[in-house]
Design a protein around this ligand. Sequence first.
Ligand code: CA
Ligand code: CA
Length: 152
Amino acid sequence: MKSFFWFNYILVSLACGSLSQEVPVITAIEVKTADVSHAGMTLGSIDLELITPEFTICLIENLDSENDDFSAGDINEFTGSQLQECLDFPIPGGQVALLRVTHSGLDAWTPEWIRVINSNESFVQCNDGYEIDNSEMRAQRSEIKDAEKYTV
Ligand SMILES: [Ca+2]
Ligand SMILES: [Ca+2]
């Protein structure tokens, strides 16, 4: 009889644990292209790879929307199927440990920042500001202290 009660207790605590943990998922990515000469990119593309603190990874190949993207000084937002396997991807604690940017094509691009926006209406921001070109790959760290309430 005693073991029966213990069994019940364990079941209840597991159920409460899963209810109280809502893991945020990725809902949008925003990039700002720097407002300096040659920062914009038309004859090139980028891949984004997001790595969470739990080492899960999602990949966006050729980040693109139906709009003109990556013009100098512009902010571009990517949502829905544009996020490919990163759409609704769980990011525990709203954190992204690393954001890997890979460039392809003939035209260099200078990002000012990249934001990963999640379903808790917060985001993490990776500040950049350096030109990427010639199939370079760069990893950017973002810290949880960069997360702010997303109000736009
Ligand atoms: Ca350029
Ligand atoms: Ca486009």
